[in-house]
Design a protein around this ligand. Structure first.
Ligand code: ATP
Ligand code: MG
Length: 460
């Protein structure tokens, strides 16, 4: 007998189903985690009862995926538990599996991906059913597929990414054949939908465990090069003023950021993405077209990656906006006007997140003793952060909307609205960023009049 101490509701659901005559087990991730002594996430149940029976046996249910046999049962604790009828795969495409209902728990366990995930535990009898020795693998710290790894990866290539996540976050050694088959399967990752690939990465970035080990396995297996070239190009990329490559710095930094802020973790991963490729022009020559700055290049690459993954627009803007500025802070001793100008470009609202990433980068440098040019310096960063926070809080105009003078004032002065309004307001903002004392309506009205007059002269 072995007690995995599930929530009471798991035992209640199991009892109801068994009393109705249907064998029911706790399966999958929660059993695995409980066996490993980790806090268990969602407790899933597998049952011989068909979905329609499950819906009739419980008062409060949600049809989550009736076709797939999954019914959500809302228990007395208000939590929803997924109850899924035993299934087996009847057809696989590499992208997903077509499933059919099965008769036995053993059928159901046979279609699961890794031995550590193919474990079942009976919540009433408190016995483990573990036909592939998953508990022993967990104990020994080994990740292996159920059955032949080539076949199992080819059935659903998402298992490649799941293996990298499990091995990385649970610190498991990949069994030799599983690893060889995985590396061989990486080239087929292109068949997976962007959404599934993204969700896998999000699990790494929002999980309890530090993401770096799983990400390092992405790089080692070739999966990073295949689906995340913007990240892979940082592997082995030496950086000025730091030892080691951009990638190892990014991995240390990611671990130092909070799991509930995946956007910041994305920004840390992509911070070095703006480095120019070899041979890529970095400055505009005589006849060459304008070249994007490293900040701009980073922004474009971050946006390209996240768009490919079909991330939300909000996420893309947040991450790309951080990537644009994270590697171009103003100097700690720069004049106030430069800080205002920088903050005006960045946007006040973005400052707290940028500071979070900078501090993580500083701590990453400190972990490996990096100092000097290119690396962060604690005193300088603290000084800069103090000054930027003070600037952001100060009642100074950083946007044209915050000027003491507006387009409405221009109309009142008799000017007709047009594109030059915007141009003028930006020019006024520029003056005010230099000298905040200019920001009163009369002064700016006089400045505006002079600007308009000079403009008319130019045109005339
Ligand atoms: P986590 O919830 O941390 O992702 P998990 O193992 O619980 O880990 P789920 O996606 O919740 O993963 O899936 C629950 C169970 O379903 C797994 O433990 C595994 O047995 C099985 N499973 C999930 N995805 C696959 C897959 N692509 N191929 C085979 N079995 C799978
Ligand atoms: Mg789960």
């Amino acid at each position: 007998m072995i007690d995995l101490r599930p929530p009471g509701a798991v035992r209640w659901i199991c009892r109801e189903l068994e009393e109705a005559g249907y064998e029911t087990w706790a399966v999958g991730g929660a059993v695995r985690d409980a066996l490993a002594g980790r806090p268990s996430g969602d407790w899933d149940l597998a049952t011989a009862a068909p979905p329609k029976r499950v819906r009739r046996i419980f008062r409060r249910t949600v049809p989550i995926g009736i076709d797939h046999g999954t019914v959500g049962v809302i228990a007395g604790d208000g939590v929803m538990y997924e109850v899924t009828t035993f299934r087996r795969d009847v057809e696989t495409t590499g992208r997903h599996a077509v499933v059919a209902f099965a008769d036995t728990l053993d059928d159901d366990l046979a279609r699961r991906d890794f031995t550590i995930n193919a474990v079942a535990w009976h919540p009433l009898r408190k016995v483990l059913h573990d036909p592939y020795d998953g508990a022993a693998d967990l104990e020994k710290g080994i990740l292996r597929t159920v059955g032949r790894p080539e076949e199992r990866f080819a059935e659903d290539y998402l298992r490649v990414l799941r293996a990298l996540r499990f091995a990385g976050t649970f610190r498991l050694e990949m069994e030799g054949d599983t690893w060889r088959a995985l590396v061989g399967a990486v080239a087929r990752l292109d068949v997976l939908s962007p959404e599934r690939v993204r969700e896998e990465m999000e699990k790494i970035l929002t999980g309890r465990e530090p993401p770096s080990a799983a990400l390092a396995l992405y790089a080692a297996s070739g999966a990073l090069a295949h689906r995340y070239p913007e990240l892979d190009r940082q592997v082995g990329w030496a950086q000025e003023g730091r030892e080691g490559d951009l990638w190892s710095h990014a991995l240390r930094t990611v671990d130092l950021l909070a799991p509930h802020r995946p956007a910041l973790r994305w920004a840390a991963l992509l911070a070095g993405a703006g480095e120019p490729d070899e041979g890529e022009p970095t400055a505009a020559g005589g006849d060459t077209p304008p070249v994007p700055s490293p900040g701009r290049r980073g922004l474009l690459r971050a946006a390209a990656l996240l768009e490919r993954l079909r991330s939300s627009n909000a996420r893309i803007q947040q991450v790309a906006g951080l990537v644009e500025f994270v590697r171009r802070p103003p100097g700690a001793e720069a004049p106030d006007a430069d800080l205002r100008r920088w903050l005006s470009e960045v946007g006040r609202e973005r400052l707290p997140d940028l500071i979070r990433v900078w501090i993580a980068e500083l701590r990453s440098d400190e972990l490996v003793g990096h100092r000097g040019e290119g690396a962060w310096d604690r005193d300088k960063l603290e000084h800069l952060v103090r000054r930027l926070r003070a600037t952001a809080r100060a009642p100074v105009a950083l946007t044209t909307d915050e000027l003491a003078f507006s387009g409405r004032d221009l109309i009142r002065m008799g000017y007709r609205p047009g594109p030059r309004f915007g141009e003028l307001l930006r020019w006024l903002l520029d003056r005010v960023l230099d000298d905040p004392t200019l920001n009163d309506r009369e002064t700016l009205a006089a400045e505006a009049e002079a600007w308009m007059a000079a403009r008319d002269e130019e045109v005339g």
